[in-house]
Ligand binder design. Structure first.
Ligand SMILES: [Zn+2]
Length: 363
């Protein structure tokens, strides 16, 4: 165990509270932290670590306006903060699933040319990924940009938006790794390891978002860096009762994040309802993860039909209720309030939810 300073999110729209934690580290390399379950590396290199602790100042995110010492501190903090949240997320999932997940590689400071990048993504090897490194881990990689632009600092000054300092972005991308190795919405396990697909569907984005909400303990997942976007605006991606299948759009050209917010909001409502019955929140979390795993464990072949089935919200809902039948009545009631029922396609649920809305307006 190595002492480390990281952000612990507290549900408020800021990076969280700086806290000292103990990180389970196998090895410290100059710009890389090797954990038992993941490797976290700053691709910009240099000597970030040379001691036996991981106690660094976030230095307001560092960035191009910071001096070299502050920027190095911020990068070292970013690797440390990312390692902590990656380890926490993977251990949360493996404890509920009862087995470890495949090893994850996290690379920070990626895709910073020609423009700086403040985002993150999850990548699997596929043919002709011209904008990606020549070799990607077949188990999956998280890439985080080196940062761009500014967000408000806790003291009201400005903070360089380095995604490695933002637990929500880190947890969301780890969420895609959990999806890949459980529900496997794109049936990547049936494709050659070097020819997987990175296309994300709404369930993938929504499940990554609700896992982030669970890990951070807030429905306003992106409240820090999207704090200037109104809470009623779908781009805020705050999980709320208002997002129902009436807002679902679907289709290949649609941004899967917006449709995913409907699924994530419904899961969050179900979890809140489970907690309200006096049950432990972990019981819902276990049903969600085990449901994801069983939804990915069928004997499907790589066909258009099988891929289409995996896009249906109702299919994953049924898997969650099968994972813990005792929770099913509560979960189904909460999901129904978002227009999600078992046994119907996304399009049918969308149509029914819109008809309900029209009926209400007409009354
Ligand atoms: Zn995503």
């Amino acid at each position: 165990m190595i002492p480390a300073i990281v952000y612990i999110p507290d549900g408020r729209p800021w990076p969280g509270q700086l806290r000292e934690v103990a990180l389970d580290v196998l090895e410290l390399r100059p710009a890389e932290v090797v954990l038992p379950e993941a490797t976290v590396r700053d691709e910009r290199g240099g000597q970030l670590f040379n001691g036996s602790t991981l106690m660094f100042d976030p230095a307001a995110g560092g960035g191009p306006l910071a001096d070299a010492v502050a920027d190095r501190q911020a990068r070292a903090f970013g690797v440390t903060n990312t390692a902590f949240h990656v380890q926490r997320a993977l251990r949360f999932a493996s404890a509920l699933l009862g087995h470890p997940l495949p090893r994850l590689l996290v690379r920070i400071g990626m895709h910073d040319q020609p423009r700086r990048w403040r985002g993150g993504h999850y990548r699997l090897p596929r043919p002709s990924l011209t904008d990606e490194p020549a070799t990607l881990s077949c188990a999956g990689e998280v890439h985080l940009g080196g940062g761009a632009g500014f967000v408000p600092a806790p003291d009201g000054s400005r903070y360089f938006h380095a995604p490695a300092h933002n637990a929500a972005i880190i947890c969301h991308e780890v969420g895609h790794h959990l999806c890949r190795h459980t529900a496997d919405f794109r049936l990547n396990r049936l494709r050659p390891p070097e020819q997987q697909t990175n296309r994300k569907i709404a369930l993938d984005e929504g499940t990554a978002d609700v896992l982030t909400a669970i890990l951070l303990g807030t429905s306003d997942i992106y409240g820090w860096h999207r704090g200037t976007i109104a809470e009623w605006d779908p781009r805020r991606r705050k999980l709320q009762p208002r997002w129902t299948m009436a807002h679902f759009v679907g289709g290949r050209d649609q941004d899967p994040h917006a449709d995913g917010t409907v699924w994530a909001s419904a899961c969050w409502s179900a979890r809140e309802r489970v907690i309200a019955t006096g049950a432990d929140a972990a019981r819902f979390d276990a049903a969600l993860l085990r449901g994801m795993e069983s939804a990915g464990a069928d004997a499907a072949r790589l066909t258009k039909d099988a891929l289409s089935q995996r896009r249906q919200f109702s299919r994953l809902l049924s898997a969650i209720t099968r994972a813990d039948p005792g929770l099913a009545p509560v979960v189904l009631t909460a999901m129904a309030e978002h227009g999600i029922r078992p046994g119907a396609s996304n399009a049918a649920l969308e149509g029914a939810a819109r008809a309900d809305l029209t009926g209400e307006v007409g009354r």
